[in-house]
Design a binder for this molecule. Structure first.
Ligand code: COI
Length: 355
């Protein structure tokens, strides 16, 4: 059946896959809900958006995205409380960021009303896919690709904005072991490191696969010019706890302005925990580890939530970080999840209810 809201055409799926899903055993990002949101940019403007059954799509082999990687994306989550109410977390931050990413990749800005109407329409249709309970969520992946069939190296005239949704539990099932980058770089001054550009992630796959061969799941990237400052891990921003104080790198044109990172800074203030936002060297962290002052490292991100980093290696030196009783990572994770799941007070107005 197709009906129209003010701006969106909605075609609902005749069948649902939901009964085939084992919600207790989800592999991150492999299963998608029954519907998706699609909006095309043609003739210089975004056309009427559609919600339609999740399905494969066809593109010409010459579509620019396949040749030049003109593509950006976002990561968001929807949560359900015990009464069945559905919430997003700080969605305006994702909306602002996708347009910032698009601008850097010479792509057109997406309209705010379409972004929110798309999210709302999808979440209403697929709300059964959001399981209640802390630890469950629906991961939302808005993205934009250059669809114009033309292979000259210039920005496309046609694009497709889409949102697909995938039920999610945790991204990492155990504490993460990381290698500190000594040779490869994720981003450079004046580059696209701050953007959620698809190519930023692809460029990490090879160095990360080398790290994985050595038993590390992720890399903590360092600055490209000296490899001495700690920046971010591929899927998360990173926080270091030295004594009772947290340190995280400032965002820059090389580092992603993470929504969870931003929220951590506010929660640290609320919880009375000092968090210094400043450049932090590998040497400082190694010295702190040797002196027993490095208490924790953790990563923050939408998919990763707050993931403990239990060991790091740099220049052949391995440092294990023993688990501690009064873990900030645990405290922040609980505090954050309780806000996201409508269990605790939302004093910063971060929740966005889908009504
Ligand atoms: C997210 O946390 O949403 C991300 O985009 C990271 C992704 C590579 C899973």
């Amino acid at each position: 059946m197709t009906h129209y809201t003010d701006k969106i055409s909605i075609e609902t799926s005749k069948t649902s896959k939901i009964d085939t899903v084992d919600f207790d055993n989800l592999d991150f990002g492999r299963l998608f809900t029954d519907h998706m949101f699609v909006c095309d940019y043609e003739d210089g403007k975004w056309q009427t958006p559609k919600v339609m059954p999740y399905q494969a799509m066809t593109f010409e082999p010459s579509a620019r995205v396949f040749h030049y990687g003109q593509a950006v994306f976002e990561g968001m989550k929807a949560y359900k409380d015990d009464e069945g109410k559905v919430f997003l977390f700080r969605p305006k931050a994702n909306f602002d960021r996708i347009n910032k990413s698009s601008e850097r990749l010479a792509m057109p800005a997406f309209p705010e009303n379409y972004f929110f109407e798309g999210l709302e329409a999808l979440l209403k249709l697929d709300s059964d896919w959001i399981q209640p309970g802390v630890g469950n969520s629906l991961y939302l992946r808005p993205f934009i690709i250059a669809t114009e069939p033309a292979i000259s190296a210039s920005p496309a005239n046609n694009y497709r904005f889409m949102i697909i949704c995938s039920p999610a539990k945790s991204y990492y099932n155990a504490p993460v072991r990381v290698l500190i980058a000594e040779e490869y770089s994720r981003s450079a001054d004046g580059g696209v490191g701050f953007a959620k550009a698809a190519g930023n992630y692809a460029a990490q796959f090879y160095p990360t696969s080398l790290a994985q061969e050595k038993g590390f799941q992720q890399i903590i990237w360092t600055d490209a010019s000296t490899h001495s400052f700690l920046e971010e891990a591929g899927t998360m921003n990173v926080f270091f706890r030295v004594g009772d104080k947290l340190i995280t790198a400032p965002t820059s044109d090389r580092i992603l302005d993470g929504v969870t990172r931003k929220s951590m800074l506010q929660l640290a203030e609320d919880l009375g925990i000092t968090c210094e936002v400043r450049r932090v060297t590998v040497e400082e962290i190694k010295t702190a580890a040797k002196e027993g002052e490095l208490k924790e490292i953790f990563g923050t991100g939408t998919a990763a939530v707050i993931s403990v980093i239990s060991a790091f290696e740099h220049k052949g030196e391995l440092f294990e970080i023993p688990e501690i009783e009064d873990s900030y990572a645990k405290l922040f994770k609980k505090t954050l999840l309780e806000i996201q799941h409508n269990i605790s007070e939302d004093k910063h107005n971060w929740r966005y209810e889908i009504k």
